[in-house]
Design a binder for this molecule. Sequence first.
Ligand code: SF4
Length: 497
Amino acid sequence: MSALPEYRTRVILEGEGVPVVQGIFLETGSAPPDALPGTPVYLKAQIPGATSRKAQGLVRRVDSIDDIPIELKAIEQAADGAMEGILIASGLDIIKEYYAACTLDFGSEERLPGGVLVFSAEGGSGVEERSGSLVSIPFLLIAPPSPGDIMDALPSSVPEASAESLASLLHGMIGTFLKYRLTVLEANPVGLLADGSVTVVDCRAEFEKSAVRKGDRDLFITPGSKGSADLTPLERKVAAINAADPSGTGFFRQNREVPPAGALRVATNLCGGGGKMLWEMTTGYRPSIFTMNESDTSGGLSAFKSCRILKVILSQEGAQVLILTGSGMAFQNQHHLAAAVWKALRESPTPLPCLLRFGGTDENRARELFERVSGSLPVQVRTYPAEIFPNAMADDLEVIALSEALSVDPPPPAQGEPFLTVEVPPGRIFFYPELWPFEESPPSVTACPTGFLKWEDGTLSVDTEARCIGCLMCECAALLDGNSEIRIELDMPEEVD
Ligand code: SF4
């Protein structure tokens, strides 16, 4: 479920004729407007789904125009980058506060599904604790109540002089709720003014993204929104991976559309803009292929980071096959990328069959690696040279795609204390001397391209003048040519709800 912040909820309410308090929305970082409503005003951070804003310093009353820039700054700091902007709302002389909401009623064995208008003559914060004062007016979505029906159901404590305007406001709320297929629409408080009129003072809404009509998207979805509330749990995982290891592009975004019935659900790792362009040229006219996500692990990512992101890509529920393709001109070392793919496939509890098209530095070594290891994987893997256009790969998708989800037991975590913990890029290297009790250097150490790992007198050490680039070559060599004497653990972020 997604949340609509107050400033956007106001827009859809006003469109249905619901009176709302006067206000100006200010995008994050923009200067205060020249003309402001008179003081006092309330500055309110606009964060989708945020609650208890006042307690967090995200809502402030300002009595002097001169104080507005200072308070705007203070709210920006308190919001710590999470807000879409600040609403500057007029203060009002309210003589009574009401509560109103529309929600979905999923029905029961005795009752058809529909909507419910909930109203309380006691609004303001803490309305949840005053559930005894709530009046519920259930309605069928195809037959909402008229203003007259609503007026008849209002509690007697509502003054007669304001009942008509209140019923009209609530009727407008139901209209908004139905028009935009919301799941929740809340106005709290609705303020009663001295002249008997009523107005919405604060509001919010919840909605299902898949229910938003194409023409309404601008009202509901902020283009390029970075708010974490807009991200899926897996996207938040990738954000956490990027935060812990900021070097290199690590982009991942899931498709919000519902897959068409019968379409092949394809997870993707498109390494760079060229890879994405080729894939879109390939699939743009094929409704039988549903791309589950966009991703990019080009631009200087270590194999450590590529592996982490690949594990996220593989964990997408419903995915049937993975396609990885670069533009054919990638500067990222393709052999290191292949090591990341191999590690992700052998350690993931939900590996996917793969079509892999490596293109760039060491692309032949990347393919050779898979020629050696494909037979030991629980899924089929096909590799393609860079000169093959993804069109030809798409023809193979159906051949190797899973018909139902595969679940395997990943290998147990490395035991004992790590030989060393690498800070950048983050990873833990384990060494088991009992598996290499020889004088000569093990293949895992010889394979280290930077000379970071050293072998002296039958002992492993590190060259502090060199650095670990997170390429996974030591672990690959240990598994393929050594005795599994080196193991690398790449911790994943905790599950994010
Ligand atoms: S220790 Fe060497 S081989 Fe191993 S990941 Fe680091 S740089 Fe690569």
